[in-house]
Design a protein around this ligand. Structure first.
Ligand code: AMP
Length: 176
């Protein structure tokens, strides 16, 4: 929360049974459309990483692009898209993973960052942790120095945090 706009988190909408029955979907689109809310959310999300000398943000398609690009600008870092398969040109690294609903693969351009680059992983929601765990593997295959992971929302109880290495700094702005 921020002093200037304490209620920004209220702009995240809960949608029951989307995209399939049993899933409570955290919809950040109303927050993104709310200019002071979006700004407040990015400021709070960036706060733990301001002194970390982040050189590149790895954001996961698609909502991780929106938050990750804003965070990269806020932190003075570059941005690297981690995409769904078939979207990136040239040589890529591919990683399969399981979702809360279904399974998928993500990929990153080979050589997207130089070995040793200080990177921060970013996504909107941490659910079962499969997506971030796969992004971490891609970052490690790039030989990046992974500083940690930042998510706007952590869904506690789905075991996402446990799926990531215990030593990986993981900062969630909101925990539900
Ligand atoms: P997971 O790999 O299970 O941690 O799922 C995280 C990814 O799936 C993120 O990219 C989210 O955008 C999306 N996701 C999973 N569960 C939800 C949810 N309940 N609400 C919104 N997004 C979700």
């Amino acid at each position: 929360m921020t002093d200037t706009y304490p209620d920004w988190a209220g702009a995240i909408r809960d949608v029951a049974d989307f995209p399939r029955p049993g899933i409570l979907f955290k919809d950040i689109t109303p927050l993104l459309a709310d200019a002071p809310g979006f700004r407040a959310a990015i400021a709070v999300m960036a706060a733990p990483w301001r002194a970390a000398n982040v050189q590149a943000v790895l954001g996961v398609e698609a909502r991780g692009f929106i938050l990750g690009a804003a965070l990269a600008l806020e932190l003075g870092a570059g941005f690297v898209p981690v995409r769904k398969p078939g979207k990136l040109p040239g040589a890529t690294l591919v990683q399969a993973y399981a979702l809360e609903y279904g399974s998928d693969r993500i990929e990153v351009c080979a050589g997207a960052v130089a070995p040793g680059t200080r990177v921060l992983l970013v996504d909107d929601v941490l659910a079962t942790g499969g997506t971030l765990a796969a992004a971490l593997l891609l970052a490690q295959r790039l030989e990046a120095e992974v500083l940690g992971a930042a998510v706007l929302v952590e869904l506690d109880g789905l075991g996402g945090r446990q799926r990531l290495p215990a030593g990986l700094p993981l900062r969630a702005t909101l925990v539900y």
